[in-house]
Design a binder for this molecule. Structure first.
Ligand code: ATP
Ligand code: MG
Length: 426
């Protein structure tokens, strides 16, 4: 067994060995190397303590000293070097015993292998076998492992989708039987795994597995009992691999009006703003960054059948609402919706809109508040208060300028505000 290592990793292992410490690459990078895919990062495990690791290398960062992790920086690249995770009682054991203890605390057999050139592959839990079979199995008793850390249940699904693997029967049963444990996991950790699932080649399969294991109820309860789940999965599968577009695809139906039939059935008809807010709420709850939430919200807010524009100003208003930087994503999402909805695709309405938008963009006329010839400071100088008043004034100026681009000069706009506010000329 030979794994080809980046130069920097070889150097780190050499340094550790030279000073009498054990050093192995471990976890995801061993797995990916055996699968012949390029690892995202190379993690190293050692019996050296963090302070000892820091002494060996010129540039290090204290990443997680509590967890025994030091980041070593070489050639501008970062490598995490972590002291063997083990129980306090086994500190005097030899290094292979310590390594085994470390590996036994990892989540899945395919993630619980280590390698060094001297020792070769260290595989105490049949990771190679499971890699060959394409199976995700917990290390040890699945149920116990999920009790220690329930995030592993989502990680199993994420890895299955990333690698096109299946989840072993016992491990799968332990997920289904213990879904409620997910309640104890922080939303940030859940968010990161959800983001990775939607960005795999099998996002629909991932969300379906989350639902069939009942995990989805703790992640996106809004989707867990939605009636047109199949359609959501189809949109998701048709969307390109971009986080905001995939999230918008996932939540698209949530932001859309109910069909008339469904309204009767449910005897409710939520106003549009409320439906769209539920998209925002869901993403905020999962602690997605503000920017991500805003973009997804802007994407799901629009409905293609309402976007037949009679005039230039309404096209400009549409561009302003979506945001010029999100137009590409908007068209990608709508194309996915069309692909998922129709047995024979009809892109004509979307094509028309795209052409109209292109033409407007070519004219390079002002489209957003940022394009106005005045900014907040200019307005403060004539006495407009920052905050709500400022926002309203800027919105009114934009409204004016969208209709009459030639009005977009500093002099004109200031004059307009002063007249409106009854401010005397200074
Ligand atoms: P990726 O390719 O996304 O980086 P990965 O398997 O490397 O996948 P990381 O989150 O980078 O995942 O974790 C690195 C390694 O740490 C894993 O391969 C696994 O051995 C171990 N690990 C990570 N999270 C857990 C966990 N929750 N429980 C046990 N071991 C874990
Ligand atoms: Mg990794």
């Amino acid at each position: 067994m030979f794994i080809s290592l980046p130069e920097e990793v070889t150097y780190i292992l050499y340094k550790l060995h030279e000073h009498g410490f054990a050093g192995y690459i471990v976890g995801g990078c061993v797995r990916d190397s055996l699968l012949n895919t390029e690892p995202d990062d190379w993690d190293i495990t050692t019996d050296a303590r963090p302070d000892q690791v820091k002494q060996l290398f010129a540039k290090t960062i204290d990443t997680g000293l509590k967890h025994g992790t030091v980041t070593v920086v070489i050639n501008g690249r970062q490598y995490e070097v972590t002291t063997f995770r083990h129980l306090g009682s086994v500190t005097n054991a030899d290094s292979l015993t310590l390594l085994k203890e470390d590996l036994s605390r990892r989540d899945f057999t395919i993630n619980a292998m280590a390698y060094s050139r001297q020792t070769g592959l260290v595989d105490y839990f049949n990771g190679v076998n499971d890699l060959k079979k394409g199976v995700i199995n917990a290390v040890g008793k699945p149920e116990q492992r999920f009790r220690e850390d329930a995030l592993r249940m989502i990680r199993a699904i994420r890895l299955a989708c990333q690698l096109n693997f299946i989840i072993g029967n016992e491990t799968f049963a332990a997920i289904t039987g213990n879904h409620q444990l997910l309640r104890s996991v922080s939303r940030e950790r859940i968010r990161d795994e959800l983001g990775k699932i939607v960005l795999t080649d099998q996002p629909g399969r991932g969300i379906l597995m989350l639902r069939s294991t009942s995990l989805l109820g703790y992640i996106l309860p809004e989707l867990a009992d939605s009636s047109d789940f199949e359609h959501t999965l189809a949109i998701l599968e048709a969307a390109p691999k971009k986080l905001t577009v995939r999230l918008a695809a996932l939540l698209y139906k949530l932001g859309q009006p109910w069909s008339e039939k469904e309204n009767e059935k449910r005897n409710l008809s939520k106003p549009a703003s409320e439906r769209q807010n539920s998209v925002r709420k869901a993403l905020n709850r999962l602690k997605f960054p503000k920017q991500t939430v805003d973009t997804v919200y802007r994407l799901v807010r629009e409905q293609l059948d309402e976007l037949a524009f009679p005039d230039k100003v309404s096209i400009k208003k549409f561009i302003t609402r979506v945001g010029p930087e999100n137009l590409q994503s908007f068209f990608e999402l709508q194309a996915a919706v069309i692909k998922a909805s129709q047995p024979s695709y009809d892109f004509s309405a979307l094509d028309v809109l795209q052409e109209q938008v292109c033409n407007i963009l070519k004219e390079k006329q002002p489209l957003t508040v940022k394009d106005l010839a005045v900014n907040g400071y200019d307005l403060m100088e004539i006495g407009i208060q920052p905050g709500e008043q400022m926002g309203q004034v800027l919105d009114r100026l934009l409204e004016k300028v969208l209709a009459e681009p030639e009005m977009n000069t500093k002099e004109n706009l200031l004059k307009m505000v002063m007249a409106e506010q009854g401010i005397d000329n200074v």
